[in-house]
Design a protein around this ligand. Sequence first.
Ligand SMILES: [Zn+2]
Length: 446
Amino acid sequence: MDSSGKRKVAYFYEPEIGNYYYGHGHPMKPHRVRMAHALIVRYGLYRHLEVFRPVRATEKAMSAFHAPDYIDFLKNVTPDNQEDFAQQMRQYAIASDCPIFDRMFEYCQMNCGGSIGGATRLNYGLADTVVNWAGGMHHAKKSEASGFCYVNDIVLSILELLKYHHRVLYVDIDVHHGDGVEEAFLTTDRVMTVSFHKHGDSFFPGTGDSCDIGVGAGKYYAVNVPLRDGMDDASYKFLFDPIITKIMENYQPGAVVLQSGADSLTQDKLGVFNLSIKGHAACHKLMSSFGVPLLVLGGGGYKVKNVARCWTYETSVLVGKDRGMQDIMPPNEYYEYFGPDYRLHIPPDSALENRNRMETLERLRNRTLENLRNVRPVGASMHERPPDAVAGAEVVRKSGRSRSGRRRIGEEEEEEDGEGHEGRGDRGGLSDGGGESGSDRMEEDS
Ligand SMILES: [Zn+2]
């Protein structure tokens, strides 16, 4: 918080993001992040944000979760040489959903750089909320690409948060189950994963039934809320609010990661829900009301103009300026996309039936709340002292601020400063491909 009690919001954006291209006909379009950014700028929201350009995550940083041979493969394979990698392509599940495209690894490095850099800023107390709309790749596995995701920036940022926080809560409002993140932390109580998603009818990825609640020490620390087609704002709120409020009360996380996949919006090309932008953003409103460090990431979302609308409005909620958002859009670079009405908000589809019956929702809510009675604010006593990503020290150095009294897990004494990272090589920024810093401050209007 600053002196006026306002939440400090950092925002990571890579201007190149819109130029990455999965290929003709592929539903995932990184261009949507650039469209959202244009609206965020034209609505004047950047004035309330500290804007950073992410620095590429290194292979080493990615290997905190992923198998080094898998990362090595992603780094070396290109559209031109992929035939030489036929065996690895099969092994790592590279197929039409997850094609090899030009500068694919660089794209992953950018996404991860924003999320890890954001976690670092939260760890150091330099921001209360961090936004990285390019992140949220929740399906990627340790050695496997899945569902348009190659490298799991969410798992990597949670691992970074765990260096400073005993407990991290992960909340996923994408229409698909957050399987990659759940799997990574299935057996631990230090990360609680909560996913609200469509389940059944062979909907991707097929996991995330309500009886899947974690394993071993992680039992009760995975929560799945499986839903049917047509979820509307009221039904969503009916589940989300009491479940999340109870989790915050019982678990008391030190930090929260919110995956804000916009494919749960009405009219999405792959999604089957009927949420309005305000209904989707109500999750952000609730999450930021707890005053816990919050990392907000993107995710799915396949009707690009609505994704841009949604993430713009959610940015306004996170900076507390949603009331001033005019429904009639200001002129912007992508204005023609938003016709014929040129409005920020979209109406739910009145013809779409909500196939979630109230009795079923009530049962689901009650059963989930019942399970949550077993959840505690577990306080692990940690002996190991994982090193910060080098990114951390750099974030502090660039901003010229101190570490504001934050202590890493396992530290006995408060340290005065970073641990000599500052002398480690130059931070040439984005061009050297090996930059390890978490962020470069950007000009606000870029
Ligand atoms: Zn999705």
